[in-house]
Structure formats: C-alpha cells, structure tokens
Design a protein around this ligand. Structure first.
Ligand SMILES: Cc1ncc(COP(=O)(O)O)c(C=O)c1O
Length: 382
C-alpha cells in the first residue's frame, strides 16, 4: 500500500492537501485545543470555533492583501451555488432586475454560470464565447473583440481559470469602473497575487487550491451587500434572493446565520496558516510558474504530446493534453498509476490527459511526471 507521501495526486478536485496540514489535523482530530472534542464536535457558536473562523479570515486577508472594504464569507453549496447567488445578489445591488449581466464564456464553468443566469431570468449578454467563435475553448480573445454592455451592466462575470479546459486569464479584465467585476477563482485562487480592489466579488470552492470540499470562499466589496427584500417589495422581478444565498445575511452573521461547514473551514484555515509559513502567495507563484513551464516544455518539444490551449491562455494549474495516436492515452495512464501518479485522466467531457498541479503539488512531483512523460515518449517514438 503506498503512503500519502508516495502517491502523486494530480486530481482536479478534490485535490491534494499538504501533508503537513493533514498531519496537524490528524494530531488534533480527537482533542482540539484541550477541549476533549474533535473540531467536528465543537459548537459553531462557541469561543473555540469562533477563533478558528477569525484566524482563517485574518490569514486569508494577509495572504491576498484584502482591503478593509471587503467582507469574507464562508458559504456552502460549492461553486455551482455561486452561479445562482451572484445573479440574485448583484441584480439586487444594481436595483434593476432587467439590467444586462455580462458573461465572458471561456470554458464549461463560465458556460454553466451563464446558463444559470439565463435560467433565473436574467438579461444575459454574452461578451464572448470562444467555443462559438473558434470551435473550442482554447483561448481568450483580445479585449478589443469583447462585447461589453458598458455602465448599464449589473456586473461582468468571468472564470479566471477554467479547470476542465485549462484556459486561464493572464490579466484582470479591464471593465467600466462603475460595474462590479465578478471572478470564479475556484481553481487558481492563492496561486498568484492579484489586486482584490479591482473586483466586486471573488469566489472559490475550497476543494482545489485550498482544502476539502464543502466550503466556498466569497470575497465581496461591502457596498454591494444589499438588504434582503421580500417578493412583495419587488413584485415584478421574480428574483427574490433565497435567504441562504444572500451575501448580506451571511455578512451580518459572520458566516454563522446557520450551521457552517465547520471542519472544512478549520482545514482551510490550516492551509492558510501553512501557506503563510511557507512564504505566502508570492513564494507559491514562482514555484507554480516553474512547475507549469516544465510540463508545457515537454509537451512543446514532443512529437506525441499536444496541448490544445493557445500559449498566452495556458493554465498554470490544470494542464490538459492529448497523446497521439490517442490509443496511447490508456497506456500512459496505466503506466502512471503503476508509478503512483493518479487522477491524470482528462475530464469526461474532453477526454485525454489533465495534470492538475495546484499549490500543494511539490516541484518534485512535477519533476517525476515530466520524467515519466519523457520516458513514455522514448518508448513510443513516432
Ligand atoms: C472553475 C470552477 N467553477 C465552478 C466549479 C463548480 O464547483 P462545485 O463542484 O464546487 O459546485 C468547478 C468545479 O470543478 C470549477 O472548477
């Protein structure tokens, strides 16, 4: 049986968690801070959990340099719930239920988010859809080609890193300063520094670059928190925000309106602390750049591997590639498993191979993958 140290988990999420964090959780599992209880058994309204929550917020604030006019929320329901929550909250903030909502569609997650907005009855404007314009989700068009609604829009939405297709934005979109920019950073939050003040809302499911599934981090500019209304107050819109999707309800109650996912928050907090001890986001950025460069280099110098994504939009976190002839892919995956490299299969909607190399994947793990890729190509020269 391989140990946690021996297995290289290239899964897209739930994904690898640093061994040091797991060891801390293990050592504290039966008796957290001399309470005689596991974190999972603590009251979410007690002092001990209160400190876990406050520390997690404080450490995330440090890691991302979050300004005072932003609120951090810990929510449930994953990234998918945010597809709906964003629509409700930001149309309420705009105060105009029929205002256009702008969606940049660069992969299947932003596509799904735009579909949910349509389903909820929002006036969706597609800023671009690369699959429609180029036939595939493999690029981000230059901003000169985007069809933004301008200052009328309630928000501009994009997915900073498309986990399935491996398409990542290499800069923050430049939008009208009066329009809140919304980013799904589920698969690349904390992988590089960025200017939080450019955003209205940032959200990220924890299960990729942070910790376990079950908690979603939401970072929202405070002026966008809007008092919850009843249907009687906005009779024509139909967009009455459900209580638990309402950012203001969560903010007013410090994410404790109802029982939060306490263990997932605790684990996320341990990861934040671990990251600070390792030098913060900057230290991870350099390693992430180097790790991704190594994998893309092997692909680009190869006769059998091919990365479909345009160079300037290539993700540093999720690297999808094909092997030609495609019949070799099953053999590649089998050989990888034999070397304890697991979860390298591409998403079922695109096939091929996908190496997810989040913060927790060490450079030695990437070196092992790269060595195997070279060895495999050596055995299958075209
Ligand atoms: C970028 C991105 N957004 C949203 C989601 C949906 O998240 P969840 O499964 O937590 O609802 C995912 C899931 O993989 C994702 O990668």
């Amino acid at each position: 049986m391989p140990t946690h140290d021996q297995v290289l988990n290239f899964g897209a999420g739930p994904a690898k968690i640093p061994i040091e964090v797991l060891q801390t959780a293990q050592s504290e599992l039966l008796n957290y801070d001399n309470t005689g209880m596991s974190v999972m058994e603590l009251s979410h309204r007690g002092k001990t959990f209160g400190k876990i929550l406050a520390d997690a917020k404080q450490n995330l604030t440090k890691l991302l340099n979050i300004p005072d006019n932003y609120e951090i929320l810990f929510m449930q329901g994953g990234g998918t719930t945010q597809f709906s929550a964003i629509v409700y909250n930001l149309l309420a903030a705009k105060g105009k239920p029929d205002a256009p909502v702008d969606y940049c569609v660069s992969g299947s997650w932003s596509q799904k988010a735009s579909e949910e907005a349509k389903r909820l009855g929002a006036n969706v404007n597609i800023v671009f859809n690369t699959k429609k314009s180029t036939g595939a989700y493999t690029s981000v068009p230059p901003q000169s080609e985007w069809k933004l609604s301008g200052s009328d829009a309630a928000y501009v939405y994009y997915c900073d890193n498309e986990t399935v297709h491996g398409v990542e934005f290499n800069s923050i979109p430049d939008v009208d300063s009066s329009v809140p920019l919304v980013a799904d950073m589920s698969s690349n939050i904390l992988s590089r520094p960025f200017d939080v003040s450019k955003f209205g809302v940032i959200y990220a499911g924890a299960q990729k670059n942070i910790g376990p599934s079950g908690v979603t981090i939401v970072i929202i500019r405070k002026d966008l928190l809007t008092p919850l209304k009843s249907a009687a107050e906005i009779p024509a819109s139909g967009l009455v925000t459900p209580q638990l999707l309402d950012f203001k309800t969560l903010a007013d109650n410090d994410s404790l309106y109802n029982t939060p996912p306490t263990f997932a928050i605790y684990m996320s907090g341990l990861v934040f602390k671990h990251m600070l001890e390792k030098g913060g986001v900057e230290a991870y950025t350099e390693a992430n750049d180097r790790k991704a460069r190594k994998v893309y280099q092997v692909i680009d110098n190869s006769k059998i591997y091919k990365a479909p994504v345009a160079t300037e939009a290539r993700s540093r976190m999720n690297i999808p590639f094909r092997i030609y002839p495609e019949t070799l892919e099953a053999e590649f995956l089998k050989g990888a498993e034999a070397r304890n490299m697991v979860q390298l299969k591409g998403h079922r909607s695109v096939g091929g191979i996908r190496a997810s190399i989040y913060n927790a994947m060490g450079e030695d793990g990437v070196d092992a993958l790269v060595a195997y890729m070279k060895e495999f190509e050596g055995q299958h020269q075209a």
